[in-house]
Design a protein around this ligand. Structure first.
Ligand code: RM4
Ligand code: MN
Ligand code: MN
Length: 392
């Protein structure tokens, strides 16, 4: 692959950052407060704007409706704040887990009031999406049970089917519904959408605008995520990613911090699919991380730089050679096609791409020297450090 081609791919590569990644979030035992954390949607969008300013590849911001939109506030105002900060509102994430009514689930709850509440909230979210000109509705459910026998798994499945169909029909034609799965947590006995197969069946029955969302942290240990990615791609059902890394559970660590080779393999399978089919895969790349210990903006920039790097490494795999090695069962050489690309230092090329786009060569360094962190620390610390956080 020549430089021009790689630069073309980097031009197209965009990642959405999440509003909640700029805010103080924690473990279930509590949260450590950061003086510079964002606590209002204005602050979150300002921080996301800074990440985009220095990286040049994060033009949209995912929002969580309950956390980012207050009742009575006109959503178009939020879109304007985003615009003022050089970004746009991206995926709309309904919150179907925090309200007291969701104790036994939302769409799948045996309690009709909970299901109704969830439906109303999703309808509101669709309206917000319209108002902010977003075309992505991203659904994650905390629904499930904690104990064997607690509820009828089949009835819950049918309720989920019904809800998704109804919500799908309420979406405008250009909107995509992303259905996320997760094997456990907060439900510990069964999760209503536990894996990609369940998400796929539900999406297929919801309608043509529904696709599966793969959150890299939402798998059992040792699961081959790149295989799932290829299967979904092949059936036109891969809607997007929530990028993060994990060591034990849904750790929400920064991308590639534990296993960069896995992220590379995911990007490789996508690139290889595109090479084999001659088609561009239409995938929403999004970050879903919670930075408890690292500085939030720094962690986000680190994530984005890591994603660009691993994406570029995957792009330079010699596809033709790999296909030949595969057809001849030349295992060592085939594997080395991946390893050669993975061990190539693509950072000089990315720096050149950044320079050619009028961006700083090193986004992290540019951010650190900008004085932004010092400014928001001074502005936000008093408010932030006086908030309380406790487990019980
Ligand atoms: C979940 C899941 C969702 C995210 C919430 C906050 O584990 O990953 O995508 O919206 O966390
Ligand atoms: Mn997620
Ligand atoms: Mn998660």
């Amino acid at each position: 692959m020549d430089r021009e081609q790689l630069f073309g791919l980097l031009d197209e590569f965009k990642i959405e950052t999440p509003s909640w990644g700029y805010a103080d979030t924690g473990t279930r035992f509590g949260k450590f407060l950061q003086p510079a954390a964002a606590s209002t949607v204005d602050e979150k969008l300002a921080d996301a704007g800074i990440v985009h300013k220095y990286t040049g590849c994060c033009p949209t911001v995912a929002v969580h409706v309950l956390w980012d939109f207050s009742v009575g506030v006109d959503a178009t105002q939020t879109a304007q704040i985003a615009e003022k900060n050089g970004v746009r509102i991206g995926s709309i994430n309904p919150n179907l887990f925090q309200d007291q009514v969701y104790k036994f689930g939302s769409a799948t709850s045996p309690d009709e009031r909970a299901r109704h509440h969830a439906s109303r909230h999703v309808m509101d979210c669709i309206n917000i999406a319209r108002a902010v000109k977003s075309n992505l509705l991203s659904l994650w459910f905390a629904d499930g049970t904690n104990y064997p026998g607690q509820d009828d798994i089949v009835s819950r499945k049918q309720r989920m089917h019904g809800a998704l169909r109804q919500w799908h029909d309420a979406m405008p034609d250009d909107m995509t519904m992303l259905v996320e799965y997760k094997p456990f947590e907060p439900a510990f006995y069964h999760t209503d959408i536990a894996d990609w197969g369940m998400a796929l069946l539900l999406s297929q029955s919801a309608g043509p605008q529904a696709k599966v969302l793969v959150d890299t942290g939402h798998h059992y240990q040792a699961q081959n995520i790149e295989q799932i990615v290829v299967w979904l791609l092949g059936s036109g059902m891969l809607g997007g990613f929530h990028f993060n890394d994990r060591r034990y559970a849904d750790d929400d660590l920064t991308l590639g911090s534990i296993d960069p080779y896995q992220v590379f393999r995911i990007f490789h399978e996508i690139a290889f699919f595109e090479w084999e089919t001659g088609k561009r895969a239409d995938i929403a790349y999004m970050v879903d991380q919670s930075h408890n210990l690292k500085g939030k903006i720094e962690a986000m920039i680190q994530t984005v730089m890591t994603a660009q790097e691993l994406f570029a490494k995957a792009a330079i795999v010699d596809h033709k050679r790999l296909a030949v090695c595969q057809s001849k069962c030349e295992l060592v050489d085939a594997e080395n096609c991946l390893k050669d690309a993975f061990s190539t230092d693509v950072r000089p090329a990315i720096r050149e791409w950044s320079r050619s786009n009028g961006l700083p060569e090193d986004a992290l360094d540019a951010f650190r020297r900008s004085g932004y962190l010092e400014r928001i620390t001074a502005e936000r610390s008093q408010k932030n450090m006086s908030s309380v956080s406790s487990y019980a």
